[in-house]
Design a protein around this ligand. Structure first.
Ligand code: ZN
Length: 167
């Protein structure tokens, strides 16, 4: 029933060579802009950390929810975490995402504590599981927007990783 597509490289299909609509790039402002610029400057996912108590937080806020300090910095984090929640998108109104359907938007609980939202790559939507260990990285979309990419940790080899679920 489920054909196995071990060698399917649909993410880099020749369809990209055709005229494709560009994905919309948001224009963040204020603290959100600080977040995106910190990620781009570091080349790594970077979240806000309270300078007083050291707690990481995301999305960015002016004051620490734990100690109410207004002092903060943006610091790189490991990017490691696990899938806390997700949505499998079978439909989109954005022409730029049509060729990616179906795609997974994942909420990742980072090892450092906060949750971030990113686009899952490299795993067929039907094989994604809550709690799966993932890594979040960034891709630059211009100078002011860091696109968050989620990948299953240790998914370097394409064959034989999560395929044997039928005994
Ligand atoms: Zn604090």
């Amino acid at each position: 029933m489920n054909p196995t597509n071990d060698s399917d490289a649909s993410a880099t299909s020749p369809a990209i060579a055709k005229k494709t609509a560009k994905k919309y790039v948001p224009k963040p402002e204020g603290l959100n802009l600080e977040f995106h610029r910190a990620c781009l400057a570091n080349g790594l996912l970077s979240v806000q950390r309270c300078s007083a108590c050291g707690e990481h937080r995301h999305p960015p806020r002016w004051y620490c929810p734990s100690c109410h300090s207004g002092d903060y910095t943006f610091v790189p984090v490991s990017g490691r975490g696990e899938i806390y929640s997700m949505a499998i998108n079978h439909f989109t109104v954005d022409p730029g995402w049509v060729e990616d359907l179906p795609y997974v938007t994942a909420v990742v609980q980072l090892d450092e504590g906060p949750r971030v939202v990113g686009s899952l790559r490299g795993v067929p939507p039907g094989e994604v599981k809550l709690g799966q260990v993932v890594e979040v990285s960034i891709e630059a979309r211009g100078e002011d927007f860091a696109f968050l990419v989620v990948a299953v940790a240790g998914n370097g080899a394409s064959a034989g990783s999560v395929t044997s679920h039928r005994g």
